[in-house]
Design a protein around this ligand. Structure first.
Ligand code: FES
Length: 201
């Protein structure tokens, strides 16, 4: 399962860049002033995006001040959800779902490929420095199991061969198309609805 380890090396300070501040202010407009703490999850997500996929403690402090929340409340949110990383991860961060529907459809084989190609242990950066992987709970794409998430995209209907192909590509900084790797359109039955008759695999 994913580990929630706070990185021992921490930056002293954090603040949103100009670009992210604009996005943050747009998010805040969705909430009444008295409920602005409801923006804590999108704010943490923004902080993670800006900081190469992980959230330093200084960012938790920054978000707590921004939203006038106690630090501990923001820390609780950041440590509870598996989508928030508290230590550096790869530029390409792979989350493999190993909850039951994915597991009975072969998620263990996806994990095996990640171990062989990226690192023996989860949450370790690959030798070439651009990739890491972890196991996570259900990502809500069970109907296309087994699947994995790479940064913001879902790769679905995987097997060992397609997983290896995807990982080899990201090692070369080439991003393959997300979606079904058995040629299904979204969640449609595969025989009736191939994507333009083509197959990613
Ligand atoms: S069980 Fe894997 S996406 Fe739901």
């Amino acid at each position: 399962m994913s580990l929630k380890k706070v990185n021992p090396d921490q930056p002293i300070s954090f603040e949103f860049s100009k670009k992210f501040k604009v996005v943050a202010e747009e998010i805040l407009k969705k909430y009444p002033e008295k409920n602005k703490k409801s923006a804590v999850m999108p704010f943490l997500y923004l902080a993670q995006k800006q900081n190469d996929n992980w959230i330093p403690l200084a960012a938790i402090k920054y978000v707590s001040k921004y939203l006038s929340m106690p630090y501990i409340n923001v820390y609780e949110v950041a440590t509870f959800y598996s989508m928030f990383n508290l230590s550096p991860v790869g530029k390409y961060f792979i989350q493999v779902c190993t909850t039951t529907p994915c597991l009975i459809r072969g998620a263990d084989k996806i994990v095996k490929v990640c171990k062989q190609k990226i690192s023996e242990k989860e949450n370790q950066i690959s030798k070439n420095g651009n990739c890491s992987w972890t196991e996570v709970e259900c990502l809500g794409a069970c109907v296309n199991a087994p699947m994995m998430q790479i940064n913001d995209d879902y790769y679905e209907d995987l097997d060992e061969k397609s997983t290896a192909k995807i990982i080899d590509s990201i090692f070369k900084d080439e991003i393959l198309q997300p979606g079904s790797y058995r040629g299904r359109k979204n969640t449609a039955p595969e025989k009736e609805n191939k994507i333009n008759g083509s197959d990613h695999a």
